[in-house]
Design a protein. Sequence first.
Lengths: 196, 196
Amino acid sequence: MARPRTHDEALRLKLLDRAGELITADGAKALSLRKLAADVGTSTTAVYSLFGGKPELVGALYVEGFRRFGGRMDAVGLTGEPVEDLTRLGLAYRVSALADPHLYAIMFTRSVPGFEPNDEANDLSRATLKPLEDIVRAAVAEGVFVDVAPEVIAVGCWGVAHGLVSLEFNGNLPPEFDVATAYEAALRANASGWLA
Amino acid sequence: MARPRTHDEALRLKLLDRAGELITADGAKALSLRKLAADVGTSTTAVYSLFGGKPELVGALYVEGFRRFGGRMDAVGLTGEPVEDLTRLGLAYRVSALADPHLYAIMFTRSVPGFEPNDEANDLSRATLKPLEDIVRAAVAEGVFVDVAPEVIAVGCWGVAHGLVSLEFNGNLPPEFDVATAYEAALRANASGWLA
DNA sequence: CGGCGATTCATAACAGTGTTGCGTAGGATC
DNA sequence: GATCCTACGCAACACTGTTATGAATCGCCG
C-alpha cells in the first residue's frame, strides 16, 4: 500500500475537502480524524503523514479560509471615495463570513482546541489588511482622512467589521435586530469618523 | 458519602473556582473534568449533579465572566460628553478582557467545544449593552448624535471595541503595532462618526 | 422521633478522541 | 535488478466526557 515517494497530493486534497465538508455540515466539533479517514477511504495515519496532525490539518483549512476571504475582498468594485469603499469592503467581509461560517470560526475563534495559527498563518491573515490600507493611504495622502498612520485607520475599520460579525455569530446582538442595516450604518459612521 | 439533599454550595464554588484557575493557567483545553474533580477532592459525577455536565459548568463560568465585565463597566467614571464616555467604556472593555483573557475566550470564542450559551446567558451578554445605550440615547436626545436608533449606535460602538480586542487576541494585528494608542484613536474616531 | 423516599456523589465501565510504535508494500535510486 | 526509503494500514495507548450502578445520608411525613 505504499504511495509514491512524495506525498499523495490527491489524497491530501480529498482529506482537505472532506474535512471542510464535515466542518461546514456539523461544526468544528464534528471533525474527527477517524471519521474523516473512513469517509475518504484511508486511515488516520495518513493525516499524520500529510499534515503532521489534526492541528496542522486545521491549519490548512485556516489558510484556505483566508485565501477565499482575500479573493472576495479583491473582487469588490471600488469607487475611489474612501468612505464608500471602506463600507463596501466591510459589507463584503460580512458576506464572506456568512458564506463560510465554519471556516470563519476556524479563522477567528479557537473552535478546534489544539490549533494555534503559526507565524506563516498570521502573516497570511494580516494580508487581509492590504486592500483596506491601500484605500486609507490614498485618502490620507489626498487629505480626505486625518493624518494618522494608515495602518491604524485600517485596523480600526477591520475591527468594526470583524467585531460586528463576531457579535452576530455569537448571538450577542439584540433579538429582532436588523443586522444588515445597522451593520452598514456602523461601517459608514466609523469610516466617516476619520474624515479630516 | 452522601451529601445534603440540596446541592453542596461550597463544593459548587470550589469547582467553579478551580475550573477558572485551570482555564486561566493553561487555557480552555486544559479543563478536564477528571483533573478538576481530583484537584477539588471529589469525583466527576459531582459536576453532573451540580451542573449537569461540562457545557453547563462552562456556562456558569460564562455568566461569571459577564458579571465581572459588567462590574468593570459600571465602575467607569463618566463625564457626560458622549464621545469621551464611549471611549472610556471601550478602554475599560479592553482592560477587562486583558484581565481575564481565558474567561474572555469562553465568552466570545467557542473555545470549549460542547458549550453553547443558552437564552439566559445570551440575555446576560446583551445586558453589556445597557450602559452604552444609556449614553447614546442621551446624546441622541440632546441632538449631539445623529438621529439613529440608539441600539444601532451602541452596537456599533460595542463592535469596534470587541473587534479590536478580538483581533489583538487572535494575533491578527501587525507586529510592533502600538495597540493601546491605536485602540483609543479608533474608539474615538468611531464615536465621532456619529456626531450630528 | 423513626422510617421512608429522594438525592448526592463514589466507583467503574463505555464509547469516543488524538496520537504513536510497528510492520509492510512498493515506488525511487543507483 | 537489488536496496533503501517512506507513505500509510493496523493496533495499542492515554486520555476525554458521559453514564449505569450502588451506597450513604439527608429532608420529610406520620
